[in-house]
Write a protein that binds this ligand. Structure first.
Ligand code: ZN
Length: 255
């Protein structure tokens, strides 16, 4: 879907009315390819918003199936689709909103040659995964192929999001902040719980940043980590800098 037809002009009219976005932004979004790693709590709202907003090509990768315990927050899935692959369930929800999109599904773990190929083929990558190993693998692939990465995370009442735009020499990568060899305690929703709207908040912000990147609007979260404290309903952000000794991206030319 590269050219906007009359139906598109109606469907996306509220975007086209936006001075900063306009018909050019919508055309760029419609011609773009977004890769979503993870079709769970973060991936569900992100995928639904990207589909509604008309990202022309969307690829979902996730190896998991829908479980009853997911439905409290993973809003792309339904009670009737418990047991179905998450990528198939989310793709069905996306097509019901916007049937003309090219939605592709990969039911596999995002790693290795598969991940490298998917990232190289994407214009923007959304890390909606739930574990440190996948986050590091996605970041390494985005560094290798210089693809912008929108990474989100949420647990209990806390969420965070940043944009690592590897086309910008000054931008850190995910590993500049969270080195792969550091000992982080893996925090999982299955053990600690997660307040449903917190994953929604972060997932929607991931779609928000991805759409701005695809439309060429800039002005996003590159070089800044945005944190959501769901108990106090407060956002805070801190500047984050590139680590010249980063093991993953230290070889990139300096800004
Ligand atoms: Zn780095």
């Amino acid at each position: 879907m590269d050219d906007l037809d009359d139906d598109d002009l109606l469907r996306y009219s509220r975007h086209i009315l936006l001075e900063e976005f306009g018909i050019d932004g919508q055309a760029r979004v419609s011609a773009a390819h977004a890769l979503l790693v993870g079709a769970g709590g973060l991936g569900s709202p992100a995928a639904l918003y990207l589909a509604a907003a008309g990202v022309g090509r969307l690829t979902l990768v996730d190896d998991d199936t829908v479980d009853l315990t997911n439905l409290q927050r993973q809003i792309a899935h339904t009670h009737a689709r418990v047991g179905a692959p998450k990528v198939a369930s989310a793709a069905q929800a996306m097509r019901e909103i916007n049937p003309q999109l090219d939605v592709r599904t990969v039911q596999a773990r995002a790693e290795g040659a598969l991940l490298a190929r998917l990232v190289a083929d994407a214009d923007v990558v959304l890390d909606c995964s739930d574990n440190f190993r996948t986050r590091q693998a996605v970041n390494a692939a985005c560094v290798a192929h210089a693809r912008p990465l929108v990474a989100g995370a949420a647990i209990r009442f806390d969420g965070q999001i940043s944009v690592y735009d590897l086309r910008d020499a000054a931008s850190p990568c995910y590993a500049c902040l969270f080195p792969p060899d550091a000992q982080f305690e893996e925090t999982r929703c299955a053990v600690l719980g997660v307040f449903a709207p917190v994953v929604g908040t972060i997932g929607v912000l991931q779609a928000h940043e991805a759409l701005k990147l695809l439309a060429g609007m800039g002005g996003g979260l590159t070089g800044r980590l945005l944190m959501f404290d769901g108990r106090a309903s407060r956002f805070d952000s801190v500047g984050v800098a590139r680590d010249p000794h980063c093991r993953v991206c230290g070889h990139r030319p300096a800004a």
